[in-house]
Design a protein around this ligand. Structure first.
Ligand code: HEM
Length: 547
């Protein structure tokens, strides 16, 4: 409506200005009228959407409100997840509150399971993701499940869900363990250059680099039946070109901000080094995946021995299984593959980095030790070559608790947004069509309203004792938002949990982790689609005997 009013005023004034201009060449010109209209329309629209609507006309302005802090600067900055968490704890509210984000953009932050249920579960298809958000993600993940909407999404999920079911994921555990064992050997090789006088093998490694490499290898093998060998070969093109696209720096923050505010495909054309890296990485991935899928298809047509694509538990990789459904074209399969590669490796590796960050801090040394004791008492060592399956890994309660708790305290995905396709009622309040409503896993996971006074503490015990231990002590399972929820929740949740537990078990069983310098370590975090530690995570590792 505001667009119609502003454009009508602008066109009227633009035409009038052109018509009554004193300029001698001012016979009425459509081009000039359009230019004058635009020059009036844009400021009008800006004044309306940045000031008049949010401050004086929005029906949501009476909702509980997050305070504006930081003066005029806050008008030009995106609110960070830690600020959202601060508001969750301090703004008195019931189901949600309103926040004015960059350029006074209205956002409704959902904090209560009742409020989350409608947009994320029961009426999920009455909402869409934000256009710019999708464009940012699509550049890396392709036009697959993460960005699909409505019927397209239902169709894709229906055909992909069976290849992620419980039984299939359990069959992948030996692969998770095999790759984790390879990771342990490679880290030993990196630090085993000069044992100290007492024969202790130790050194400093960038665990973020290693978690990215194992994340790629696992999704490569499970997703495409293809070993990327990123653990053993850091110079593999996928590891260097593709992962470069995910490594955050000040330029990626700028590109993210400009993309959110304008039109992401235009921003990607800017001659910036980061844009070049992303383009190169994506070109490489596109051609790699296209070749791989064409090869699979032609093999399938020729009815060639399928055992090539079977691992020893008889599981076909995800893309070959999706191909068998005949539900996707080659181009669709390339897009789904990019989705699995990006969504499946980035989140999982961030989760491992943060788990090691937490466990290595001196104040949590007792948690690291207790976890190690449980692992060593129940699992064979990676060097033994003995297979570890789902039955073994899933029966370790403390490992399970540490895995859940680390992904609670540091949710890899920072925020998720939805926009209603028409005016909707959430908990009795009308939310106008197109308003951004957000579930912010990074903040919700640590809000005191759900987790109590020690909400920000890393305390795996909350998943082991107490009345609501199945929810980590929270009254509702929706307070744990790490994997989202409802029809658009994470399809790879079971996969990610199994992978996380296998890698943690192999690492913590094998090594002692400490922060470099031994003291509590502060890290800078960049909050994009995922939260990433700027500059990676260097930790001191010591190889432990007797396992
Ligand atoms: C620790 C690891 C992971 C975390 C924290 C995570 C988190 C999430 C979250 C929060 C969403 C919902 C986003 C939204 O509501 O807008 C999501 C969706 C998705 N995830 Fe994950 N994820 C992880 C691992 C994986 C893995 C391993 C895969 C694939 C192998 C995967 C594939 C996907 C896909 C395809 C979607 C889109 C689902 C849909 O729209 O229906 N994720 N993930």
């Amino acid at each position: 409506m505001s667009n119609i009013v502003a454009s009508s005023i602008a066109i009227f004034c633009g035409c009038a200005a052109t018509y009554y201009s004193n300029d001698s060449s001012a016979t009425f010109s459509y081009l000039k009228a359009a230019a004058s209209s635009a020059s009036i329309y844009l400021p009008l629209q800006l004044i309306w959407s940045c000031f008049l609507y949010p401050l004086y006309f929005s029906p949501l302005r009476k909702l509980p409100q997050a305070p504006r802090v930081g003066g005029w600067k806050s008008f030009f900055t995106i609110t960070s997840p830690p600020q959202v968490l601060e508001y969750m704890d301090t703004v008195p509210h019931e189901h949600f509150f309103r926040m004015l984000d960059i350029f006074n953009k209205e956002i409704v932050i959902l904090t209560d399971p009742k409020a989350i249920t409608q947009p994320y579960q029961t009426d999920a298809y009455e909402y869409v993701k934000s256009v710019n958000g999708k464009k940012i993600i699509e550049a890396i993940l392709g036009n697959g499940l993460v960005v699909a909407e409505g019927h397209d999404h239902k169709y894709q999920k229906k055909h992909l869900a069976p290849v992620f079911n419980f039984r299939v994921v359990k069959n992948l555990y030996p692969l998770f363990w095999k790759k984790s064992s390879e990771l342990v050997s490679s880290i030993i090789a990196e630090i085993d250059t000069k044992p100290n006088s007492s024969g202790v093998i130790s050194g400093t490694v960038d665990i973020d680099e290693w978690s990215g490499r194992i994340g790629l290898d696992i999704i490569g093998k499970a997703g495409f039946g293809s070993d990327f060998n990123a653990i053993t070969n850091p110079h593999s093109p996928l590891n260097t070109s593709y992962r470069e696209a995910f490594i955050p720096d000040s330029k990626s923050a700028l590109i993210f901000l400009l993309s959110v505010l304008t039109y992401p495909p235009l921003i990607r054309l800017l001659p910036l080094e980061k844009n070049r890296q992303v383009r190169e990485g994506m070109n490489m991935v596109n051609s790699y995946l296209r070749d791989l899928i064409s090869q699979r298809k032609s093999d399938m047509l020729k009815n060639v021995d399928e055992s090539d694509y079977l691992d020893k538990t008889g599981h076909r990789d995800i893309i070959s299984s999706a191909m068998k459904t005949n539900a996707f074209t080659t181009e669709n399969l390339v897009d789904q593959s990019k989705t699995l590669l990006g969504a499946g490796h980035e989140t999982s590796s961030v989760a491992i980095t943060f788990a090691i960050y937490l466990l290595s801090q001196p104040k949590y040394a007792h948690i690291q030790q207790r976890l190690r004791d449980e692992i060593r008492a129940n699992l064979p060592s990676p060097s033994s070559g003995v297979e570890v399956n789902a039955e073994l890994l899933d029966k370790l309660p403390y490992l399970d608790a540490v895995s859940k708790e680390s992904m609670r305290v540091w949710s890899p995905v920072t925020r998720t947004s939805r926009l209603p396709l028409h005016d909707v009622q959430i908990c009795g309040v009308t939310i106008p069509k197109g308003t951004t409503v957000q579930m912010v896993p990074w903040a919700l996971n640590k809000a005191k309203i759900h987790w109590g006074e020690d909400a920000r503490e890393f305390n795996p015990e909350r998943w082991l004792v107490g009345e609501n231990k199945a929810n980590g002590g929270a009254a509702s399972s929706l307070a744990y938002a790490t994997f989202g929820t409802g029809p658009r929740g994470c399809i790879g949740k079971g996969f990610a949990i199994g992978e996380n537990k296998a890698i943690l078990a192999a690492l913590i069983g094998s090594f002692d982790f400490k922060p470099v310098g031994g003291k509590e370590q502060k890290v800078d975090i960049m909050y994009g689609v995922t939260a990433r530690i700027v500059g990676g995570l260097k930790v001191d590792v010591t190889l432990l005997d007797d396992w």
